[in-house]
Design a protein around this ligand. Structure first.
Ligand SMILES: *Cc1c(COP(=O)(O)O)cnc(C)c1O
Length: 409
């Protein structure tokens, strides 16, 4: 009898994007003449920079020639890419790494999903609420969640982030072993200061915990004093794993490449309290269960660091951030309370008159013709909030905000 992993049965069906799609379809069927503008999208929409495309084309040509053809590469990535990462993403921040501390992958969705393999099932996990759903679901699948009731899993610590605590997770009473953070944040678009992040690094050092730090939106940071990497915080190498993706920065959501940093200083512990290098465990896991990312993709990722690509990347990020600004300022003009949108492409807003997230979704769709994402879809503490994104076109974003202004003012 092939018994299944019953943890999968504990997963809650994610109705969020399915329900949104159905509601929009239904509305369009009933109102074929009405325009619907989508500002709920969580995917980049602008094409990749030319320098990246050219590097990949060149790599394809190399594959045609016996002399330059490449077969299996190193499972955890080519040194040519790791060196560029260390030089550009870390050395410029005053942080040193060696190649073996960088692990290239087909995107951090994969790494976030797999990292749970190297940690004990009994570890107590904390996530923020609301949250990017992958941190929770991967822990449910691997058996760390306990049972589900009243919107929460019994075994997970939910760190509420809302307007009252300025979206800064507060250190809980209970001892936490694994802490998931995402800054700049999806869905709230908010950031954390070095001072606040240091409190958590100190907590992790004191409690031998690990911080799993998702920096997918690092490239969107505009304010100078916001940390680009958790390793800017003293002592973080001892307690943090950092996930960095080319998806939202360089347009790689379809190409697939990212990397995870596991510093040599980071230790885990056996039942008896013996210290073990997490880097070694992760290296073993990746070398066993993966044969790496294509050479062509890694040449494309290497080209991210060229001057030409950087110029286009910055233009694209500015485009999205200008949209976020249009959304934020437009909503504030009519008295909406907004958060984020300054160092991230996401604007998180409080629904008007204390409306429930889904009621506001319906009203916005039916009365205004604009689609966003209900905050409650990201966790119970997202109730009464709503997410709009800067990933649409400039024209659509401006028109959507104009319509919202007309309806709500
Ligand atoms: C998009 C996104 C990811 C996924 O990144 P990939 O590298 O494309 O797998 C991870 N974390 C957050 C918060 C994201 O928004």
């Amino acid at each position: 009898m092939s018994k299944i992993n019953e943890n999968f049965l504990k997963l809650q069906d994610s109705y969020l994007f399915v329900t949104i799609t159905e509601k929009v379809k239904e509305y369009q069927r009933k109102n074929p003449e009405k325009e619907v503008i989508k500002l709920g999208i969580g995917d980049i929409t602008r094409p990749i920079p030319h320098a990246i495309a050219n590097a990949m084309k060149k790599a394809v040509d190399e594959m045609l020639d016996t002399k330059t053809f490449r077969g299996y590469g190193p499972e955890v990535g080519y040194d040519f890419l790791k060196e560029k990462i260390i030089e550009n993403d870390y050395k410029k921040l005053g942080i040193d790494f060696e190649n073996f501390e960088i692990f290239i992958s087909d995107g951090i969705g994969t790494d976030i999903g797999n990292i749970v393999d190297v940690f004990d099932i009994e570890n107590k996990v904390a996530i923020t609420d609301p949250v990017y759903p992958a941190y929770l679901d991967t822990n449910v699948m691997s058996g760390r969640s306990g049972t589900y009731s009243n919107g929460k899993y019994a075994g997970i610590e939910y760190l509420t982030v809302n307007a009252e605590n300025k979206f800064i997770p507060q250190i809980p009473e209970e001892k936490i072993d694994m802490i998931y953070f995402c800054f700049p944040n999806n869905p709230t678009g908010t950031v954390i200061s070095k001072e606040e992040l240091k409190k958590w690094v100190d907590y992790a050092i004191e409690n031998n915990s690990v911080i799993l730090y998702d920096a997918a939106y690092e490239a969107y940071i505009q304010d100078e004093d916001i940390p680009h990497s958790i390793y800017e915080i003293e002592g973080a190498k001892k307690v943090a794993i950092e996930f960095k993706s080319y998806s939202k920065s360089a347009g790689f959501t379809g190409i697939r490449c990212g990397y995870t940093v596991v510093p040599k200083e980071l230790l885990g512990y056996t039942e008896e309290g013996k210290e073990v290098s997490i880097n070694k465990l992760w290296n073993r896991r990746q070398s066993t269960k993966s044969n790496g990312v294509s050479y062509i993709t890694q040449r494309g990722a290497e080209a991210v660091y060229t001057e030409d690509a950087q110029k286009e990347i910055k233009e694209n990020i500015k485009y999205y951030m200008d949209n976020a600004k249009t959304i934020k300022l437009g909503l504030e003009e009519i008295g909406f309370e907004t958060f984020g949108g300054e160092n991230a492409p996401y604007v998180w807003l409080k629904t008007p008159n204390g409306m429930k997230s889904w009621d506001f979704f319906d009203e916005l769709l039916e009365k205004v013709g604009v689609v966003g994402t209900p905050g409650v879809g990201f966790g119970p503490s997202g109730e009464g909030y709503f997410r709009l994104t800067g990933f649409g076109t400039k024209e659509n974003t401006e028109r959507a905000i104009q319509k919202i202004k007309e309806y709500y003012s």
